[in-house]
Ligand binder design. Structure first.
Ligand code: UD1
Length: 383
């Protein structure tokens, strides 16, 4: 039997991390059946946003890098479609794997679907029900071009059913008759795998002069929080007052766009006050091992990242979500996280509530950490 050729498309930081779970599963269980080729769109290009993850996570180097770089949505996406289409025509893969909801995802979906290459969408079915988020458009459109859809949560399956997708489709999966599965979260595979191996904990905490459970971890990168000055200031002010009140250090690994936007704020006095506060520890974007260490040892996570919200849950930490909606409704419904948007008062209130609470529960919401193997086996049987 000849091996199935799969092209994995990545571009943004979290996709590189997610892809490592599939590459690992292929290497361990499906080497004889699957050949994987990795294509990097170049959406993220800084060393700390891209290369570091390939090195740390042991993912095979991408065979292609389209080097699109940053740009307007249309411009960036268009360049990716062009580059991906050319590679797909040349490589003629049996299927394409796409992750999540970024511009790299939608570009891959448009390129592959038009030339009839089946799409496998990992993280299908997630919805924020806010189409002003570019990610919401990307994920909905990608789901509807896919042949095989893998949802990390039961809610994701319900969302897809409402849009007409059916469970237990007969026969092989196609774009017109897709198959979908609830498979658990591929990020849990990674958090379990790397969380167990991670042993730099003490070293990193010592170098940052941090004590376990005595600091707060925060990340901010969504355009709605960085590009609207009032929102960005609202969040930063809430961090300052939370620091003063709790006397805990706040660790802030900063996405390059957020760093740029903070530096450009009109109130330079405020910028200096924030940046020079010795208890606000601003770091470059963190690699995966470092972020896992910081997550495992923190008291609380404050974030607008989809990934960190869930990792907070995996490592049993409460989470303030700096967004109006989340695709991970389960963790909010279960009382582990609170949605605040960029509202200063809501953020402060949520921090106080979560720091005071001590009856958290962590039921199994995201599967068993074996999603990667399951997905590979279905690609082989269903396509
Ligand atoms: C993208 C995803 C978002 C995901 C995030 C993860 C889309 C629409 N958004 O958002 O869903 O949560 O990745 O990190 O695809 N920049 C750099 N260096 C880089 C990359 C970006 O400086 O390596 C700066 C540029 O100024 C760029 C800005 O960040 O314009 C935004 O980058 P972009 O890739 O457009 O979106 P993200 O905010 O990273």
């Amino acid at each position: 039997m000849s091996r199935k050729k799969i092209i994995t498309i990545v571009g943004a930081r979290p996709q590189i991390i997610k892809a490592s779970a599939i590459s690992r599963a292929i290497g361990l269980f499906f080497k004889e059946e699957i050949e994987e080729i990795i294509v990097h769109t170049g959406q993220h290009y800084d060393q700390n946003m891209s290369q570091i993850f390939f090195e740390e996570l042991g993912i095979p180097k991408p065979s292609y890098n389209i080097n699109v770089g940053s740009g307007r949505h249309g411009q960036q996406t268009a360049k990716m479609i062009d580059g991906i289409e050319e590679i797909l025509i040349k490589e003629k893969p049996d299927s394409v794997i796409l992750y999540g909801d970024t511009n790299s995802t939608i570009a891959g979906a448009l390129a592959a679907s038009k030339i009839h290459i089946p799409i496998v969408h990992i993280e299908a079915g997630l919805r924020s029900f806010n189409k002003k988020m570019p990610e919401e458009i990307n994920r909905i459109a990608c789901d509807h071009m896919s042949s095989l859809l893998f949802s990390p949560t039961k809610q994701g399956i319900k969302n897809l059913q409402k849009e007409g997708f059916k469970l237990k489709q007969e026969g092989k999966a196609t774009m017109d008759a897709p198959n979908m599965y609830h498979c658990g979260d591929i990020m849990l595979d990674n958090s379990m795998y790397f969380g167990e191996r991670e042993n730099r904990g003490n070293q990193l905490l010592t170098s940052l002069k941090l004590e376990a459970n005595k600091y707060i971890l925060c990340t901010i990168h969504r355009d709605s929080n960085t590009d609207i000055e009032l929102n960005l200031i609202g969040i930063l002010e809430a961090l300052l007052s939370c620091q003063e009140e709790t006397q805990m250090k706040i660790v802030l690994p900063l996405h390059p766009r957020t760093r740029g936007k903070i530096e450009q704020l009109r109130d330079q006095n405020f910028v200096n006050l924030f940046i020079n506060n010795p208890n606000i520890i601003i770091l470059p974007p963190a690699g995966f091992n470092d972020i896992i260490t910081l997550e495992k040892n923190t008291k609380l996570i404050i974030t607008d990242s989809g990934g960190l919200q869930k990792e907070a849950y995996f490592f049993e930490k409460p989470c303030v979500i700096l967004r109006e909606q989340t695709e991970w409704v389960e963790i909010v419904d279960n009382g582990n996280a609170i949605l605040t948007g960029a509202d200063n008062a809501k953020i402060k209130n949520a921090i106080s509530l979560l720091l005071a609470k001590n009856d958290f529960t962590y039921p199994t919401l995201f599967g068993d950490g074996k999603a990667g193997k399951f997905i590979c086996s279905k690609i082989l049987s269903d396509l």
